[in-house]
Design a protein. Structure first.
Length: 178
């Protein structure tokens, strides 16, 4: 199964993805890590990454899905084109996918998170609050499961997503003790 997380920076996607990866024994693919590795190896790509990180993540996801792993994809996924790219990776492997939008509806809390967070990826420059506010993020053309991290702790958000996965898919997801 491919779990596709989307949402603006600072909403809690990576925190949620980490918790899910541990609880599900899943592979966590993080766009920030992939894109920063590309920049570290070729600094002249700065400002020109375009879809490279997303394409790499989709290829890695497909490899891991083919091996039978559950994969959690952690990316802003701001437009339908990127969302479709990841859905297609799952379709190509014959595996199911699940899409979730991670949001923080409390604007003051979202701003605080963006302003106070620190990168755990060497060399990654995190966006400012102004950059997050100005970021293009297209609305979904159809309903997707939403997790509002201003209302739930990271553990509660992970549990809510796991419960939804259980409800949507007849197969039982194997979870590990937290």
């Amino acid at each position: 199964m491919l779990i596709i997380l989307s949402g603006l920076p600072g909403t809690g996607k990576s925190t949620l993805a980490q918790k899910l990866a541990v609880r599900l024994g899943a592979v966590w693919l993080r766009i920030d890590t992939i894109e920063q590795a590309l920049l570290n190896s070729k600094p002249d790509l700065k400002g020109r990454l375009d879809a490279m990180g997303y394409e790499a993540a989709a290829a890695l996801a497909q490899d891991q899905l083919n091996l039978g792993f559950t994969v959690i994809l952690d990316a802003v996924n701001p437009v339908e084109e990127s969302r479709k790219l990841f859905r297609q990776a799952a379709i190509n492997t014959g595996k199911p996918f699940f899409q979730a939008q991670i949001l923080c509806s409390d604007k003051k809390e979202h701003r605080r998170r963006v302003q106070e967070r620190r990168s755990d990826i060497k060399g990654l420059v995190l966006p400012t609050w102004e950059e997050v506010e100005q970021r293009q993020y297209a609305p979904w053309p159809f309903p997707v499961f939403q997790v509002d991290t201003s209302l739930l702790s990271p553990d509660e958000a992970a549990q809510a997503l796991i419960e939804r996965l259980h409800a949507v898919f007849s197969q039982t997801l194997e979870t590990k003790q937290a």
